[in-house]
Design a protein around this ligand. Structure first.
Ligand SMILES: [Zn+2]
Length: 303
């Protein structure tokens, strides 16, 4: 059970599992969304919350070993993605709206990535080093919609890590990095607003405050008014299916919470469909029927 030689120290945590033979293919970068780092390290040590990372990095840049490289950390609510990744949680040195990390944190994390690239035999580039919110944008398992890793400049981190690793394993031509589409807010013709994550998942937005906070962390670049509801329906179906697949046994996901999260997306469509029939159902009945429909999607995805 090992870490890179760059660590300042290590702790033990109950929050870890086997990789079950899964080969490591890359890194996931998270920010703590908090200053310092000691609080997060202590939370991982005690297991008071079911989260962990292979490395917790303090605001001053010291890297702590938490889950040994050989094991899977619990970083992204996605067993598959975590099992194939080396994961970093990094304390911020400023809070909203910048959510930056310190220069020394960039340097220490980059050196750690450079060493672990040799250890795992994988290249360092923007396909292998991904921020949490980039989720499944590059096709390797997703996550829920999140602003994480805040203002961490992943291009800078990758550039530094490539420099430290020398050219032999750096891999990937920086000029060929794929642009990751900026997430957008979309508006259904009936007025509903949804946030489309990099991973292509749709989350319903219920208040203007949510819109403002997404703008504040730089997560939303533009508004798209849909000409008709086809795109909305497609995204809703895709999101439901992705979440249902993720909630199959062993994926560390709370199925009831996901049902509650998906149902509101479907309610406008169900209400609209019922209008034509003149069913006279109450909003509560529509909600119950919608949740039942979402459970059916889960059952379908699990089979
Ligand atoms: Zn994260």
């Amino acid at each position: 059970m090992t870490w890179a030689s760059t660590i300042a120290g290590s702790i033990t945590t109950p929050n870890q599992s086997s990789r079950y033979g899964r080969k490591i293919t890359g890194w996931i970068i998270h920010h703590n969304a908090a200053l310092g780092g000691a609080g997060v390290l202590e939370m991982m040590r005690t297991g008071s919350k079911q989260v962990s990372a292979n490395y917790q990095v303090m605001q001053d840049g010291d890297v702590w070993g938490v889950v040994p490289r050989e094991n899977r950390s619990w970083s992204a609510s996605n067993a598959d993605w975590d099992a194939a990744s080396l994961t970093f949680e990094i304390a911020n040195d400023s809070l909203a709206p910048g959510w930056t990390i310190s220069d020394r944190a960039y340097e220490r994390v980059a050196r750690t990535i450079a060493e672990d690239a040799r250890w795992a035999g994988i290249p360092i580039n923007r396909q292998t080093v991904r921020g949490h919110r980039e989720g499944s944008a590059l096709g390797d398992g997703g996550s829920y919609s999140t602003a994480c890793p805040g203002g961490i400049d992943l291009d800078r981190l990758v550039g530094l890590a490539q420099k430290f690793s020398g050219s032999s394993l750096a891999g990937g031509d920086p000029s060929s990095i794929e642009e990751i589409p900026m997430p957008a807010l979309i508006r259904h013709p009936n007025g509903s607003i949804g946030f489309v994550s990099d991973a292509g998942e749709l989350d319903a937005i219920s208040t203007l405050n949510e819109v403002e906070s997404l703008k504040a962390v730089g997560l939303v670049g533009n508004w798209v008014q849909l000409p008709d509801k086809n795109i909305w329906d497609t995204l809703t179906a895709r999101t439901a299916r992705l979440r249902a697949q993720r909630a199959t046994p062993g994926a560390d996901v709370d199925e009831a919470a996901i049902v509650a999260g998906i149902a509101p997306l479907l309610i406008p469509a169900v209400v609209e469909a019922l209008k034509g029939v003149g069913s006279g159902l109450t909003a509560e009945q529509v909600k119950a029927a919608t949740e039942a429909a979402v459970r059916a999607v889960f059952a379908d995805a699990a089979s």
